[in-house]
Design a protein around this ligand. Sequence first.
Ligand code: ADP
Length: 245
Amino acid sequence: MDGRGTVRSRVDTVTEVRATALSLESVTRRHGRGGGRGTLALDAVSCMVPAGSFTAVVGPSGSGKSTFLRCAAGLDRPTSGTVRVGGTDLGKLSEAALTRLRRDRIGFVFQSHALNLVPSLSIEENVVLPLVLAGADPVDERVLARGRALLDRVGLTGVGARGPAALSGGQQQRVAVARALVTVPDVVFADEPTASLDPESAELVLGLLRNAVRADGRTVVMVTHDPAAARWADTVLTMDGGRLR
Ligand code: ADP
């Protein structure tokens, strides 16, 4: 199932990758001390996110959106249930393998542009960082070209040599989108990506996510409390009390 070993299982995995980018099967996450009751932040959540789709996860504060995203993206382990990204069962991975999967097969755009970019790196170094962390040579022309192509894609041609501080918050968030796409990930997770932006910058960022789905076939899962942002998605999942409504 997870592609180890035979050619047959590899073919099965690739087929599954195309069909379903992300699936949760009866995923429960209880926060709190071991064995105690704690808080049931996710209560037997099941869903399938098709490859090449844009999904918004909405719901009131405390409904479990962040916990959903953290479990789905392999940043947190469910108390029970199964999460699969591109057919890989995250629960079967060691911490090291999970870290590699997050780096190579998942893109992240966080809420605040201040958290997204490394201030001491140039903008183009930020964009290609996931490739470099995976072992690519940062001065390899193909790596640099990929970084430039993505900056072009997000409308920031020619700014690559500057530092993040030279850009506005909205522009920095567009760099974060470029970086999230650089590895051609199975899923891009965006956590309130427009929360700190003015409406015009927010529209630009949402348009880039939309375009990554429509033009490039990427899969985007976005947590948002903003109904206007959710309207850019193909599918809206509503959370309430740790469940999908
Ligand atoms: P949302 O993102 O919709 O605001 P969260 O996933 O952050 O919801 O939280 C869901 C529930 O889980 C809330 O009741 C919250 O207080 C609780 N919770 C979230 N994270 C923790 C944690 N680390 N420890 C204890 N409780 C938590």
